[in-house]
Design a protein around this ligand. Structure first.
Ligand code: HEC
Length: 102
């Protein structure tokens, strides 16, 4: 039995990680979308690169999602126009993810 203990511990840890860590689906989707479609300009952590930093932005998630789905004429490209490849749900998910960046 003594030999089994480490294996049992590892399994228990793996199970604990599997069940405790997963985040709400929207957070994971938002993170994946950000990485794929926003990080080139805003940096992987939203720290800013070609575009300005988005972490700690004063915009609300609703305002960000709005800018992404409708575009905002007062802004510079690419946000003058709607992000064509993002659905409304994607925009909401990625906007909520941006608000989690600190
Ligand atoms: C081609 C580069 C580029 C890509 C791709 C891009 N952005 Fe931007 N983003 C910019 C630039 C440039 C600005 C500044 C525009 C302005 O304010 O006039 C900006 C501004 C913003 C702002 C406003 C920040 C503030 O506080 O005013 C947010 C939020 C934002 N982007 C989110 C996103 C998200 C989310 C994505 C992915 C869906 C994305 N951007 C994709 C270049 C980009």
């Amino acid at each position: 039995m003594r030999r089994c203990t480490p294996v049992v511990l590892i399994l228990a840890t793996a199970l604990a990680i599997t069940f405790v860590l997963p985040q709400p689906a929207f957070a994971q989707d938002g993170a994946a979308i950000f990485k794929a479609k926003c990080a080139t300009c805003h940096g992987p952590e939203g720290e800013g690169k070609i575009g300005p930093a988005v972490r700690g932005t004063t915009l609300t998630a609703v305002q960000i999602a709005d800018m992404l789905t409708k575009g905002n004429d007062a802004r510079k490209p690419p946000h003058k126009k709607p992000q064509a490849s993002l659905s409304a749900d994607d925009s909401k998910a990625v906007a909520e993810f941006v608000k989690t960046l600190k």
